[in-house]
Design a protein around this ligand. Structure first.
Ligand SMILES: [Zn+2]
Length: 231
């Protein structure tokens, strides 16, 4: 499997619990009998729903694949953005998105290791990609196009233009994590992973980590953070 960013493309703990619930919600079909929590050393029944069966996981993969395929079949041009924290736009057949477009591949590690599956292993699943039509892509406040598949869009690098104020790196808080961060010039820097403030003899060191890079400063550096609900 190709290497990909291990950050936000993988699921968070909350999303894991939701995913397990979602798989369980796919039960109820008479084909899949309701199961009691089994005594499984890998799957603590006290904390989670009963371990999904392989059939239930395959059903979840089919639901996800159908959601992606229905967009592909829509007859409109569609473009893909993975959940990596940066809005890089790809054509559907680009090698850089195949691991999220092909849902079996996204779930590969879970399928391969089903017998010893632990709840946290579902975090190895790649998130669903964003599938956008051309007007939806062009309506984004910022995006960059993939240099490998080179989708024909209006911009190669559309600069960020939300009417919002920049803020000091030192003001980053937990609620900014996961949101896209930009320079004051509109250059996208990836999604915020963490911000650390270290008081050293020579002054304050401010370390901002995004999914794309680590940025250091003295705390007076400024960034622009995308609104919470931006893609
Ligand atoms: Zn691409």
């Amino acid at each position: 499997m190709a290497e990909h960013n291990d950050g936000p493309e993988r699921l968070s703990t909350d999303e894991l619990v939701n995913l397990i619930d979602e798989i369980a919600a796919g039960r109820g079909s008479t084909l899949v009998p309701e199961r009691e929590p089994a005594d499984d050393p890998y799957w603590p029944s006290a904390d989670y729903s009963p371990k999904p069966s392989l059939e239930e996981i395959r059903a979840q993969i089919r639901r996800e694949q159908e959601a992606v395929d229905s967009r592909l079949r829509s007859g409109q041009d569609v473009f893909f953005i993975t959940a990596s924290g940066i809005r890089r736009v790809h054509k559907p057949d680009c090698d850089h998105v195949r691991h999220t477009v092909d849902r079996s591949e996204s779930w590969d590690l879970v399928l391969q290791n089903y017998d010893t599956l632990r709840p946290a292993d579902l975090g190895m699943v790649y998130r669903m990609p964003h599938v956008l039509t051309r007007p939806e892509v062009e309506a984004l406040n910022s995006y960059v196009t993939c240099q490998a598949c080179v989708p024909a869009l209006d911009h190669q690098r559309k600069k960020f233009s939300f009417p919002v104020q920049s803020m000091l790196a030192l003001s980053f808080g937990q609620h900014h994590v996961g949101r896209a961060v930009f320079t004051e010039d509109g250059e996208e820097l990836g999604a915020l992973v963490s911000h650390q403030r270290i008081v050293a003899a020579e002054g304050i060191r401010s370390i901002t980590r995004t999914t794309e890079q680590t940025l250091e400063g003295d705390g007076t550096e400024k960034y622009v953070v995308a609104p919470k609900d931006a893609v």
